[in-house]
Design a protein around this ligand. Structure first.
Ligand code: C2E
Ligand code: CA
Ligand code: CA
Ligand code: CA
Length: 275
């Protein structure tokens, strides 16, 4: 059954946009998956580059599907958004992540990706605060990653949601920075705490290529605006070295490790005395 599942998955990826029957099967799978608790948080290490210290983890959603195996979020997040179940799914993942992360050493932060669909709910900030209280996780350890595209529908509302989250001590990061449509004008009016440079610029960083110029420009922008920077998708020591020349930042990527489930993270933290 497992092998068949894998083949169907590959085929599904290739025809995702067109095959309606597969789409409805996927929707049913997602609905059942939410009911059956098949969606789980994985965690990717975030490192302070100057000290080499672990500073926290980014939660990345995974679907342990009985039919498809371990499914990555690019497949199910957009479908969950269309189905109107993204808030439910995200909040169930956050509940699990808050319970996991409250056992980690208290200086370790938790970053969570937020869909622009969730930010259309005027009560979003209240929902987050309620979840934090329910699961006894401090706001000061939570970092929410949003993208510029969240401003497309109701920028005024999103700004006010962000303001109330930050008032409670939650930090906001601008994710996938550099890939958005009008980055610079948005940045002027969007009160965020951190810029995350998208991995499409980082992965191919070499001495003299165009990405290096772009990444350098993002570093100056961050310095000028006094916003700390995170580089995602650091895969090699060479890329890390190139980034070091540009200034201070935190980083994540396969160079430091693959995203792992809660049990592996707990074992890793225990071995480092960070529980
Ligand atoms: P993202 O926020 O840009 O997350 C980084 C993605 O790059 C993750 O993919 C991560 O596994 C992958 N990655 C990390 N380091 C490296 C590296 O060195 N090289 C390469 N090639 N890739 C690396 P993943 O886990 O498949 O997640 C894809 C996207 O799905 C995320 O992109 C994020 O936008 C979204 N996502 C994940 N979890 C959630 C969630 O709970 N809610 C929402 N709304 N979106 C989520
Ligand atoms: Ca992210
Ligand atoms: Ca990204
Ligand atoms: Ca993203």
């Amino acid at each position: 059954a497992k092998k068949k599942g894998k083949n169907r998955y590959a085929w599904f990826e290739a025809s995702m946009e067109t095959d309606l029957q597969y789409r409805s099967e996927l929707e049913r799978g997602i609905r059942d998956g939410i009911t059956n608790g098949e969606f789980v948080p994985f965690y990717e290490q975030q490192i302070d580059i100057s000290s080499g210290d672990l500073i926290g983890f980014e939660m990345l959603a995974r679907w342990r599907s009985p039919e498809l195996g371990l499914v990555r979020p690019d497949i199910f997040i957009p479908v969950a958004e269309d189905m109107g179940v993204i808030a439910e799914l995200s909040e169930s993942l956050m509940a699990q992540a808050f319970r996991d992360a409250r056992d980690w050493a208290p200086h370790l932060t938790l970053s969570v990706n937020i869909s622009q669909v969730q930010l259309r709910d005027p009560l979003f900030a209240q929902r987050i605060l309620k979840l934090l209280v329910q699961h006894n996780f401090p706001a000061s350890r939570l970092d929410l990653e949003i993208t510029e595209s969240c401003l497309e529908t109701d920028p005024q509302q999103v700004r006010s949601i962000i303001a109330s989250l930050r008032n409670q001590g939650i930090r906001i990061s601008l994710d996938d920075f550099g890939t958005g449509y009008s980055s610079l004008s948005q940045l002027r009016t969007l009160p965020v705490d951190r810029l995350k440079i998208d991995r499409s610029f980082i992965a191919s960083l070499r001495d003299e290529n165009a990405d290096k110029t772009i990444v350098n420009a993002i570093f100056s922008l961050g310095n000028g605006l006094k916003m700390p920077i995170t580089a995602e998708g650091i895969e090699t020591a060479e890329v890390l070295q190139n980034l070091r020349d540009m200034g201070q930042f935190s980083g994540q990527g396969y160079h430091y490790g693959q995203p792992e489930d809660a049990a592996s993270v707990t074992a890793m933290l225990a071995s480092k005395g960070l529980l």
